[in-house]
Design a protein around this ligand. Structure first.
Ligand code: DGY
Length: 326
């Protein structure tokens, strides 16, 4: 007698994903894909989730407590296509018995590359120079204008020395920078590679000619880069953010860039993306990118595969490798 193959798990995939990832989804899942890549409203997510066993979401899907409460009982896992998971209320999911997973590791190199690009570009005024050439406003070469800031020999403070922070440290060492870091816990001495640990963020700030943010957005870190803390940095320091926009107080950062306390900022992430604080657009000393941290072909495929590994493990009855529920 022919055996009936077990039904494939049903999942809702909220955004368009790379072709290779969607091919694997279609092979292994009974999936609703988002061919148009348009953002789904909460009601669309709830409607699409009916009868589903799991959701594959991205940072644009705000899975807050209200949305989690509305999910049908059939949904048992939310796998996010991102390392950051501040868009998901994990506690609310846990209370409903829903597992939550993310995609760490695979995007560390790509994100650290963008942080380094922003650091160099902000220090040297690359965005400004590019615009001058493009707009045909390039004057004669001058010995005194425009001048940026040297990177070599300067001190880089890293806030959050996880995988991305460590990848940033490796890159910055290649540019002869001295590494300082603040993290919840100190790295094992064999992994510090000369980086100077600071018990508190405030202790590190006076050593930051450059500050690169690599911590998660949590209730403890939201708004942590505020006016008082920026004041502790050396004059003409440069701030780089590839983590989350809400870690920085926009009013404080914009005032520091306008007033000259900070020489420049390189920002890949913003509060309320893509509707960012419009004041950033008029700042010549702000190098702005549209959340490109993990945006390489290789990394986006790897993120998708990692999210699927987590879903596969869950539906096979195993513990997903990247389970976030405590
Ligand atoms: C993440 O994975 O959290 C990134 O911000 C998405 O690029």
């Amino acid at each position: 007698m022919a055996t009936i193959p077990p039904a494939k798990p049903r999942i809702l995939v909220t955004r368009k994903l790379p072709d290779e990832v969607e091919a694997r989804i279609e092979k292994d899942y009974d999936a609703t894909l988002n061919e148009t890549d348009e953002l789904l409203a909460d009601d669309d997510i709830i409607a699409g989730a009916q009868g589903c066993d799991g959701l594959l979401v991205t940072p644009t899907d705000k899975c807050n407590a209200a949305l989690v409460a509305r999910l049908p009982d059939t949904v048992k896992i939310i796998a996010t296509f991102s390392v950051g998971y501040d868009h998901i209320d994990v506690d609310a999911a846990t209370q409903r018995g829903i597992s939550v997973t993310n995609t760490p590791d695979v995007l560390s190199a790509a994100t650290a590359d963008i942080a380094m690009l922003l650091l160099l570009g902000a220090a040297r005024g690359a965005y400004w120079g590019e615009r001058i050439v493009r707009e045909d406003r390039w004057g004669a070469w001058s010995a005194v204008y425009p001048l940026g800031y040297e990177v070599s020999g300067k001190r880089l403070g890293i806030l959050g020395m996880g995988r991305i922070g460590q990848a940033m440290a490796r890159r910055a060492r290649g540019f002869d920078m001295e590494i300082h870091y603040h993290n919840r816990s100190r790295l094992p001495s064999g992994e510090e590679q000369g980086a100077v640990f600071h018990e508190t963020f405030e202790d590190m700030l006076p050593h930051c000619d450059f500050l690169s943010i690599h911590c998660a957005s949590t209730p403890e870190t939201r708004g942590i880069v505020d006016a008082q803390r920026i004041a502790l940095m050396p004059d003409n320091a440069v701030l780089v953010n590839t983590a989350r926009g809400d870690i920085v107080d926009d009013d404080a950062l914009i005032a520091a860039l306008q007033g000259g306390k900070l020489a420049a900022a390189g920002l890949d992430v913003f509060r309320n993306e893509p509707d960012i604080d419009p004041r950033y657009r008029s700042l010549d000393n702000a190098f702005l990118l549209p959340h490109l941290g993990s945006a390489t072909i290789e990394t986006r495929v790897a993120m998708g595969m990692r999210a699927l590994d987590n879903l596969d493990a869950y539906f096979a009855g195993d513990n997903p490798g990247d389970l976030l529920n405590r």
